[in-house]
Design a protein around this ligand. Structure first.
Ligand SMILES: O=C(O)C(=O)C[C@H](O)[C@@H](O)CO
Length: 266
């Protein structure tokens, strides 16, 4: 059979904006509901949602029939975990907290087979190869794999141009929550100092010939980042959306402190 086409990676190469959604429920059933909605991509979060390799596998299987492209965020850039995630069929991988070009180069090596990297061969055991059903997987896997590095610290922003320039890094994703927290403005990514860093990260990524993405659940933020050149934007978080809708529904019938807290958006 053919190697699965990575439509997310293909879209990065076109000068168009794509809209995604954060998927945090960590089950195949919830992931399938999200995949059925028509977002361009969805972020299956292995960092802050209670996911493991098997729960991520279940979600990849349940979203596979849909056009929405799965992006998987690993909890760390550990090469052993990356090997497992690639073997279960992750094609677009996002790694949090990348701060140097050297770190980015190691991630690229973790995604490639020797002599270009250190990825171990899963062969017939791996869903990625469709259990050896994909001809030439070893030689061509890298063509459909996509690496997104997250820049979300002052040091990362300082080094963003060099990080983005690393061959094999396809995109840079800014993490506004961690960046604002690390800069001393926890919960306030809209602070001018944070906004200046975000803009710099977007500009430097573009200058390096790469594409940037961001999480922006508030519409005015999303539109501003888009106008700054951000090309793939997560415009919602499924858990926050559900919580907010449930609170709004309850508020129609009851008033009181228990129902008055709006969802945090980051
Ligand atoms: O720093 C950020 O922003 C992110 O990386 C996203 C966060 O992990 C989180 O706010 C997602 O809900």
């Amino acid at each position: 059979m053919q190697m699965p086409h990575n439509a997310f990676k293909a879209a990065l190469k076109k000068d168009q904006t794509t809209y995604g959604i954060w998927a945090g429920f960590a089950t195949g059933y919830a992931a399938e509901i999200i995949a059925s909605l028509g977002y361009d991509w969805m972020l299956i979060d292995g960092e802050h949602a209670p996911n493991t390799v098997p729960t991520i596998l279940a979600q990849l299987q349940s979203v596979a029939p849909y056009a929405t492209q799965p992006v998987v965020r690993a909890v760390t850039g550990d090469s052993v975990l990356i090997k497992q995630l690639l073997d279960i069929g992750v094609q677009t991988l996002m790694v949090p907290m990348v701060e140097t070009a050297e770190q980015a180069r190691e991630l690229v090596r973790a995604m490639r087979y020797p002599p270009h990297g250190i990825r171990g061969v899963g062969g017939g055991l791996a869903r990625a190869t469709r259990w050896d059903g994909v001809p030439d997987y070893l030689a061509t896997a890298h063509e459909e794999l996509c690496l997104i590095v997250q820049v979300e610290s002052a040091k990362g922003v300082e080094n963003v141009e060099a990080i983005a320039a690393v061959e094999g890094v396809d995109a840079v994703f800014v993490g506004p929550a961690d960046l604002s927290s690390g800069l001393g403005y926890p919960g306030n990514p809209g602070h001018p100092d944070v906004q200046a860093k975000i803009r710099h990260a977007i500009d430097a990524t573009r200058a390096a010939g790469k594409v940037s993405g961001i999480l922006a659940p508030q519409e005015d933020d999303a539109r501003r980042y888009q106008s700054w050149g951000c090309q793939f934007i997560a415009v919602g978080i499924d858990i926050s959306l559900m919580r907010q809708a449930a609170l709004d529904n309850l508020r129609r019938y009851k008033e009181g402190p228990a129902v008055s807290a709006p969802s945090r958006t980051y």
